[in-house]
Design a protein around this ligand. Structure first.
Ligand code: SF4
Length: 352
């Protein structure tokens, strides 16, 4: 969060004593969690401290609580983790941004090959949990890059896709001309991907698990007003490195987002919700708000936020326009409503 002169020190009350590495005792985490909870290992990169991860899993298992484990990882160290622990993770999100060229451009030469090799290895050894391709989007060609991942889904390397647009998280990365061009191209690419999604349903009698589409489809199809779709601040909390419970991982050490403490497991957690402009937006029921942190931090100027929201609104409209076509497919039994089911709050933020 070290972006100098971005004004956040006036907006937020930071706790600069928060350690970089988690100092929370495993036994405290085990006491804090309740039967049926899901614990997601998240970093930084969780696998660089597998010793701690293992200790937490072992302690929770000893406590006999029914806790499910998930993880968000860059996938580079998966080959170094004992299979028995890999198999304890029911789902994982692995960072990949599309094809080799794009992934290596963003994440360093050799990343794509390493990650795919590691996934193939755990698949060969019998890992059957869901693996989400977690894409970060800084170029607008979502259709082309997602199509590459669809090829990997067909080879059972990945099971599903989620992406997030790299926008609104830093003050100085907004360039009006550049982002306007990005948004226009991205919207066109989304249209192509939506058309492909429906064609795929017709051809293969299957619904591809593209999380942004599934989450928004659910709110529109069932006319269900959603809250922030990642669940941050009311259904999905982060245990920060000092044991405070915060609304989401990016708010580690920001006192304004403290919602509880791992040492007081019986205290109800505070809830935090998005505020304006989301609360007065016509799309709030289907969108829920894109990001709690960026909604409070407001690092991009208003015109930047509006452009970003236009991409969300375009996606919502795109799904809405195709609902009747999907309805026909459901009526004809090509696909069923169950095929759109997905789990919320284990990592995919839904709204990109
Ligand atoms: S479209 Fe933008 S302003 Fe509207 S609810 Fe979503 S994030 Fe908030």
């Amino acid at each position: 969060m070290n972006e100098f002169d971005n004004g956040l020190e006036e907006k937020f009350d930071f706790d600069f004593e928060v350690p970089c590495d988690s100092k929370v005792e495993s036994v405290k985490i085990a006491e804090f969690l309740k039967d049926g909870d899901t614990l997601i290992f998240y970093g930084g990169e969780p696998l660089v401290n597998f010793t701690k991860m293992k200790e937490i899993i072992d302690t929770i298992e000893k406590s006999k609580k029914r806790i499910r484990f998930c993880m968000q990882t860059n996938g580079k160290l998966l080959n170094e983790i004992p299979l028995i622990y890999i198999k304890k993770l029911s789902k994982m999100l692995i960072s990949i941004d599309g094809d080799m060229k794009r992934t290596d451009y963003n994440r360093g030469l050799g990343t794509y090959e390493k990650v795919i090799k590691n996934i193939l290895e755990i698949r060969e050894k019998g890992y059957e949990g869901e693996i989400v391709a977690r894409m970060t989007l800084s170029f607008p060609d979502i259709y082309e890059q997602a199509m590459h991942i669809v090829g990997l889904i067909e080879r059972h390397i990945f099971d599903s896709i989620h992406w997030q647009i790299d926008a609104g998280f830093y003050k100085y990365d907004f360039d009006k001309k550049q982002f306007k061009a990005f948004a226009g191209e991205y919207n066109k690419s989304i249209d192509k991907l939506l058309d492909f999604w429906i064609e795929y349903m017709k051809k293969n009698k299957k619904v591809l698990k593209l999380y942004p589409f599934l989450g928004i489809f659910e709110s529109l199809y069932y006319d269900k007003a959603v809250k922030l779709q990642c669940g941050s601040g009311y259904a999905n909390y982060t245990i920060s490195t000092n044991g405070k419970i915060v609304a989401c991982p990016i708010t580690n050490g920001v006192k304004d987002f403290y919602c509880g403490d791992v040492n007081t497991p019986n205290e109800p957690l505070k809830e935090i919700y998005v505020k304006d402009p989301c609360t007065s937006c016509d799309y709030i029921n289907a969108c829920g708000g894109r990001c709690l942190y960026s909604n409070y931090a407001k690092l991009w100027p208003e015109e930047g936020e509006k452009l970003m929201c236009k991409t969300t609104q375009h996606l919502i409209d795109g799904i809405d326009e195709r609902i009747s076509e999907i309805d026909v497919l459901i009526d004809r039994g090509v696909i069923s409503e169950d095929d759109f089911e997905f789990e919320r709050y284990f990592g995919p933020e839904i709204v990109p």
